[in-house]
Design a protein around this ligand. Sequence first.
Ligand code: NAD
Length: 491
Amino acid sequence: MIKYSQQYGRLNPLIDGKTVEAEYDKSLPTYDPGLGKVIGEVPVMKKVDEAVAAAASAFDKWSKLPVYERLQYLIRLKVIFEQHLDELSLLIAQNVGKTRQEAYAELRRAVESIDMALAAPHFMAEVRKVMNIARSDPEIDMEVVKEPLGVFAIITPFNFPVMIPMWFIPLAVTLGDTVVLKPSEQDPIPALYMAYLFVKAGYPPGVINVVLGDGSTAEALIKHKDVVGVAFVGSTRVGMQVYSLAATHGKRALVGAGAKNPVVVMPDANLENTVENVATGFFVMAGQRCLAPGNLILVGEAYDKFKKAIVERVKKIRVGYQLLDTTDMGPVISAASKKRISDMIERALNAGARALVDGRGFTPPPEYSEGFYLGPTVLDEVTIDMEIAQEEVFGPVLPILYAKDFDEAVEYANKTRYGNAASIFTSSGKYAREFARRVNAGNIGINMSIAQPTPHFPFGGRKQSFFGVLHAQVDAVDFFTDRKVIMQRWW
Ligand code: NAD
């Protein structure tokens, strides 16, 4: 079992309940982003046959167990998972660059996903039956039951290395499926640790497997003939490829993708609470969340009323090494990310935006000088057609747009290719209601900058933020099961 360390060496996949040596030609480094130091080596697995075979063979027995039997494993997992939150949060913070507090918040949601999956017997019991249904014959009854399907691929992004696998795995396995997880190559250590907690909880070998690698490993998994479906969360670019690859190979797919979430502030919004919520909300996890606010749209008089106070609050955010108690915002995930975000800021300035705060100049203390740090950036005079207003930054940048009235704000809120979340700050029920109705996004927040649904609700997503029909969290019950219609007649 992995332990928190400064150096993890070469990582190994978890297959059939055991750590095994990976077959690979190349490997990738994984970093502590706050130190900018390599802490582990991720083999890029070319073959996933062994993992899929283990999951397929486990499925035979596992799916036949009574759901109450599978539930006992989940109850044990919940106890064990909660006993390991401290170490897991440390691993998440170290590997992603988020603060300890942000890591605990991630784990709270992971635990809530277990809580939701505990209702699996209830979900399985949602059968429909009609007796005496056929006009031609009064002895015919018809019913629909739900059955697990087989081996699912779970492919996840770097920003929530435990919460997102936990959206899917407890639910899938309690419903009777088995899984092969391919975590992000950028920070697979917390996910590996999480998977060993399932082993510790006594799950039979093969029910949960983890393979390591990049997109090529993920593709091999999706294409594998014994994989029945893929739950993917990541960027829109990759999500679209995954959706089409899954379709080509006749697999079901649930694809959560990128975002550009508008936050509208009306002049009547509560000054103090709005400033605090908006100014901090943009910079949680250095902006690396699919629910991170993406555009701040100040409406009419709100522009003068809120802008200065927001900028002042942003300037108070303490950037630093993620494991220090004095840090509010840690680094971004990689040197490549830092460059990509810095380039986007530069292009925004060239397009006419004005920097009220420029985080590119942030210099950490010498011991962290190799880390991937950016301070918060606030850009004013952004217009909706600019790249910075249209594309996901996935970094600590707050673009400010002016809208003359509510209608124009709604127009801007709808004017990107994404539709993950949207928020409004107002004291008017009428505007709040109109906003919820007219904005085409999957998760709507009223007086909150991050509207993150708990697992007993679907995780919404529209337009190019989501591909598929069934969403993550509770909606995935129908993704991980299929309906079978049984007609019967007894003489
Ligand atoms: P990414 O798309 O780069 O990678 C996600 C996963 O896809 C990784 O495991 C990666 O190895 C794998 N992958 C890469 N190429 C692939 C391919 N060709 N085929 C199959 N899999 C492939 O995303 P990221 O940078 O790790 O995460 C950030 C993105 O995730 C952001 O766009 C963010 O908005 C999004 N996200 C969305 C949600 C949501 O619920 N909608 C939640 C969290 C993050």
